[in-house]
Design a binder for this molecule. Structure first.
Ligand SMILES: NC(=O)c1ccc[n+]([C@@H]2O[C@H](COP(=O)([O-])OP(=O)(O)OC[C@H]3O[C@@H](n4cnc5c(N)ncnc54)[C@H](OP(=O)(O)O)[C@@H]3O)[C@@H](O)[C@H]2O)c1
Length: 243
C-alpha cells in the first residue's frame, strides 16, 4: 500500500486518480485549491482521503501545500496533476508548483508529472522563467515541455527517486472539453501504475497508456535540463538538492 498525494484533485483526472487509488486500497492525500472546493470531493474524503488545500498559482500557497503534506508525513509518491490551459497562471501552476513541491515535500520515492502531447511543440527557451516580472508569457505547450524536462532531469539530481512524465491523452474533462476523443477511463491509469506498482522501477520516462514515447529532443538534453533547473532555482529561490 502506498500513500500518494494528488494535486488538483477536486475534479477531472486528479479526482479520478484519487478514486482509483482508494479503490485499490492505497492511501490518498487529496489537494484542492481551497476549502470550498472540498465540497466536490466529500465522497472521497468520506472514504478516507486526507485533504490539503492551497492555491498553486502563488508561491505562498504552494509552500503551504508542501507544509500540510509534510505534516501528514509518509508521502510515498506525488502525482503533479494540477494544471491550467491558459491565462496568467500557466507558469506558476504547471511548472513552478511541481518544481517547488518536488523540492519541498519530504522524501517521496516517486514523482509523476502530467505532461501532454502538446509539449512536442513547446519552445526550449527558459527566458520566460527568468525574465524579470514574467508571469503571463508562458504558453501551455512550453509549460508542458518544461515539466516533462523536469521529470527527465530529476533522476540525476535525486538518485534513487523514480520520476516520470505522463501524457494522459486528450480526454473529456473540464480542460479537455466535452468532445475530446480519447477514453477518460484510461486517463489516470498510467499515473496510478507509476505511483504504486513496485515494478518496473522505471525512471526518466515519458509515457502514454503505459508505453514509453519519444519526447521533444530537448527533454533528454542534459544541457537544457541543467539550464531549466538553474532557471527554476533562480526564479523560486529554492534549489533542488539531494536529500
Ligand atoms: N484533459 C486533457 O485532455 C489533458 C491532456 C493532456 C494533459 N492534461 C493534463 O492533465 C492534468 C489534469 O487536467 P484535467 O483535464 O483533469 O483538467 P481540469 O479538469 O481542468 O482539472 C485541473 C485541476 O487543476 C486544479 N488547479 C488549477 N489551477 C489551480 C491552482 N491555481 N491551485 C490549485 N489547483 C489548481 C483545478 O482546481 P479547480 O477545480 O479548483 O480549478 C483542477 O482540480 C493537467 O495538468 C493537464 O494539463 C490534460
Amino acid at each position: 500500500m502506498a500513500r500518494v498525494l494528488v494535486t488538483g484533485a477536486a475534479t477531472g483526472l486528479g479526482r479520478n486518480t484519487v478514486a482509483a487509488l482508494l479503490d485499490e486500497g492505497h492511501e490518498a492525500v487529496l489537494h484542492a485549491r481551497h476549502h470550498a472546493r472540498l465540497s466536490d470531493v466529500h465522497d472521497l474524503l468520506a472514504r478516507g482521503a486526507a485533504p490539503v488545500t492551497g492555491d498553486l498559482a502563488t508561491h505562498e500557497g504552494t509552500l503551504s501545500v508542501a507544509e500540510q503534506a509534510n505534516a501528514l508525513g509518509g508521502i510515498d509518491a506525488v502525482i503533479h496533476n494540477a494544471g491550467v490551459y491558459n491565462g496568467p497562471d500557466t507558469l506558476a501552476v504547471n511548472v513552478l508548483a511541481p518544481y517547488l513541491m518536488t523540492c519541498l515535500i519530504t522524501r517521496p520515492d516517486r514523482h509523476i508529472y502530467l505532461s501532454s502531447s502538446m509539449h512536442t511543440t513547446g519552445r526550449a527557451d527558459t527566458s520566460p522563467i527568468t525574465a524579470p516580472g514574467s508571469s503571463t508569457a508562458l504558453g501551455y505547450a512550453d509549460s508542458k515541455l518544461f515539466v516533462t524536462t523536469l521529470a527527465a532531469a530529476l533522476p540525476r539530481r535525486l538518485p534513487g527517486v523514480l520520476s516520470n512524465a505522463v501524457d494522459p491523452g486528450w480526454v473529456p474533462t473540464r480542460m479537455g472539453g466535452p468532445s475530446a476523443p480519447d477514453d477518460l477511463r484510461l486517463g489516470h491509469v498510467t499515473q496510478l501504475w507509476l505511483a504504486t506498482t513496485p515494478s518496473p522501477e522505471t525512471t526518466g520516462g515519458y509515457w502514454h497508456h503505459q508505453h514509453q514515447q519519444s519526447p521533444h529532443p530537448a527533454v533528454r538534453d542534459d544541457t537544457f535540463q541543467e539550464e531549466l533547473l538553474d532557471a527554476l532555482s533562480h526564479r523560486t529561490g529554492i534549489t533542488l538538492t539531494t536529500r
